[in-house]
Ligand binder design. Structure first.
Ligand code: ZN
Ligand code: ZN
Length: 263
């Protein structure tokens, strides 16, 4: 069972690759002093954040909406859903996230996505294991949300694949990196309203015909870095279900938790 600890305290699973990774990490320590991904202070080891930044991190846990995973102030019982899910149910079955999106997590994500801090992936995925233990255990297939090819080229790697890989390995589940294909380049969504985001991502995905056997009748667990309004992952879930998936769950590193969200 995954536990919560600062990223720099994360122990990689055992095995030849893990030993190689640790060896490389020790070598890296000699060349570059390790720095916190959140605030930049020097830390004990690579792949981490300092204790102060870790303490500020808000982990998402029960009680929460059974469907979208929004945290509740009060426990409304097993299966209770939030007002947003009751009035306009998402296409996905369940969504869970490790942490609430805030300035600290934003900095870590920028380092991870744009700053080549791919060494953060094992630690971040351990946070996700704790939040998504049930989803991971029940999944038939793990699939990252794809980036459009143009954005992949800009960034050189898809951060969702880097998060999905250790999750699939830890739970012994098949990782299908190309279950979904991004059809067109969706503009960066940062400042769009919820309905504009939905229009923006509608029809953004198609399922890979070569992956039909892995999708048909299966419970798919989609992996992404952040859930904002949920429009992107919902469009992906709708596409997968229309093309034969039995169920689609979502596991993200972070999610936006607005204080004024409906209960
Ligand atoms: Zn820090
Ligand atoms: Zn909900």
């Amino acid at each position: 069972m995954a536990d919560i600890r600062p990223l720099n305290g994360t122990v990689a699973p055992d095995g030849p690759m893990a030993r190689l990774w640790r060896g490389g990490s020790a070598l890296l320590d000699l060349i570059l002093p390790p720095r916190c991904a959140g605030c930049g202070v020097q830390t004990g080891s690579h792949g981490g954040m300092c204790i102060a930044c870790w303490r500020k991190t808000r982990f998402v846990s029960a009680p929460q909406c059974a469907q979208c995973g929004y945290p509740f102030e009060l426990d409304f019982g097993v299966g209770a859903r939030c007002g947003a899910c009751l009035s306009n149910a998402p296409h996905y079955d369940r969504a869970r996230a490790a942490v609430a999106y805030d300035d600290g997590i934003a900095k870590i994500l920028i380092a991870f996505k744009h700053g080549d801090r791919t060494d953060l992936a094992p630690g971040l995925s351990r946070w996700m294991m704790r939040a998504g233990a049930d989803l991971l255990a029940e999944a038939d297939v793990i699939a990252p949300v794809p980036l459009h090819r143009r954005r992949l080229f800009d960034r050189r790697y898809n951060q969702s694949v880097l998060l999905a890989r250790p999750l699939a390995a830890a739970y012994g589940k098949p990782l299908v990196s190309d279950a979904l294909i991004r059809k067109r380049h969706t503009p960066i969504q940062g400042h769009l309203s919820a309905s504009a985001r939905r229009r923006n991502v509608e029809g953004a995905f198609r399922t890979n015909p070569d992956r039909k056997a892995e999708i048909d009748g299966r419970r798919i667990l989609l992996i992404d870095d952040v859930m904002t309004t949920g429009a992107t992952v919902d469009a992906a879930a709708r596409r997968l279900k229309r093309d034969g998936a039995a169920a689609v769950d979502i596991l993200t590193l972070a999610r936006v938790v607005r204080e004024s969200a409906p209960v």
